[in-house]
Design a protein. Structure first.
Length: 138
């Protein structure tokens, strides 16, 4: 069995964003040479997320509105965590959207459903953050 590891780095210029990272993950898979196995894609920061869903702009706007209703950014004084910070909502949004995804690799490709894509979700941007890609298999 082979193992492959790579870090992808993102610096989002806005506080929040959803970025389709499927092509970057597919490039890692090609680079690994692994044809059968599993791929883990993991946000390595506690205010960012990795998730799988449809790449449809209306859905992303719905996510944005839904997450803001569940964990509104303002007023920042509503959160005990926000002593000297203003990102408590980002921690909660990450908890809702998830830390990582695992995808099967079959015949050297991500074994996806029709509309599935991998996204990096940023909830406290304007600084560099990393995503771990770990692939194991043959």
């Amino acid at each position: 069995m082979k193992s492959y590891r790579k870090e992808l780095w993102f610096e989002v210029p806005t506080r929040r964003a959803f970025i389709n990272i499927t092509s970057e993950v597919e490039a890692c898979l090609r680079e690994s040479g692994i044809k059968e196995g599993l791929i883990l894609v993991n946000a390595m920061h506690i205010t960012a997320s990795v998730f799988i869903n449809d790449d449809e702009s209306g859905l992303h706007l719905d996510y944005e509105e839904w997450l803001e209703r569940l964990a509104p950014h303002a007023p920042v004084s509503q959160y005990k965590h926000n002593i000297g910070e203003d990102n408590a909502d980002a921690h909660m949004k990450r908890q809702i959207m998830g830390r990582e995804v695992v995808v099967a690799v079959t015949n050297g490709k991500l074994d996806f459903g029709t509309w599935e894509r991998i996204f990096y979700g940023e909830f406290d941007g304007k600084r560099k953050k990393r995503v771990l890609v770990k692939i194991i298999g043959d």
